[in-house]
Write a protein that binds this ligand. Structure first.
Ligand code: CA
Length: 228
């Protein structure tokens, strides 16, 4: 079970998030001050931190820096009231993190948590290479080596491939791919994903019309399949 630490001084917000995320199957801890947050970071070893920027005893940015100094990619979701921090500073601080301004939607928070955890886990567990059939994906060099050619892959292509590989043998919907791999909200045209799949089949399948790996699953979406 994934553990989440919520550092937030407003009790009703902290408890609301906790309740909601526990219903989604996460184990949550709350801390209502910055110092308590730092303490619980050590004792509970969470997989993700939800961090309010304005805390009574500490600036949330300080806590973020502490987390970053231990692990540059550790997932942190920042909460802040609109207008608390100037835009320029935000861009600087949040670079690879996610940010939500209050008031926020709990369902959206849950989606963002899921995505941050997925990305982190993925970057840790997927080494540099992934092979299927006669294809090899080199994530570090961002290329695919197929039977006939070498293709440079875009960031979006790499993210979708990673998502499909980590769900291999499991049907996934277009919406799931959009949200988890590309970070889009659901109202984006789902044809976007179809276009990527067409491209992957052209790159990696012997016969793109009869795909062995990038299969269509009727009324669901797609499935990456390793068992031909
Ligand atoms: Ca606060």
């Amino acid at each position: 079970m994934k553990k989440i630490l919520i550092i937030e001084d407003e009790f009703h917000i902290a408890d609301g998030i906790k309740l909601n995320l526990e219903l989604c199957g996460y184990k949550c801890f709350t801390a209502n001050t910055g110092n308590d947050g730092l303490k619980k970071l050590n004792t509970h070893k969470p997989d993700l931190v939800i961090l309010d920027l304005m805390l009574p005893d500490k600036d949330g940015v300080e806590i973020l820096k502490k987390i970053r100094s231990d692990d540059r990619f550790f997932p942190v979701l920042i909460l802040s009231a609109r207008g608390e921090v100037e835009d320029r500073k935000l861009g600087f601080i949040f670079g690879c993190d996610d940010y939500m301004s209050k008031p926020f939607d709990l369902e959206e928070l849950e989606l963002r948590v899921k995505r941050l955890l997925f990305r982190y886990e993925d970057s840790n567990e997927h080494g540099e290479f992934f092979e299927f059939g006669r294809n090899r994906i080199d994530f570090r060099k961002r290329i695919a080596i197929t039977e006939n050619q070498e293709i440079s892959l875009t960031e979006q292509e790499l993210n979708i491939l990673k998502y499909l590989f980590s769900n291999s043998g499991k049907p996934v919907t277009r919406e799931e791919i959009l949200i988890n791999a590309l970070g889009y909200e659901v109202d984006v045209q789902s044809r976007t994903i179809d276009n990527f799949i067409v491209r992957f089949r052209k790159y990696f399948e012997k016969n793109p019309k009869k795909p062995k790996f990038f299969k269509s699953i009727r009324s669901v979406g797609y499935m990456f399949d390793l068992n031909e």
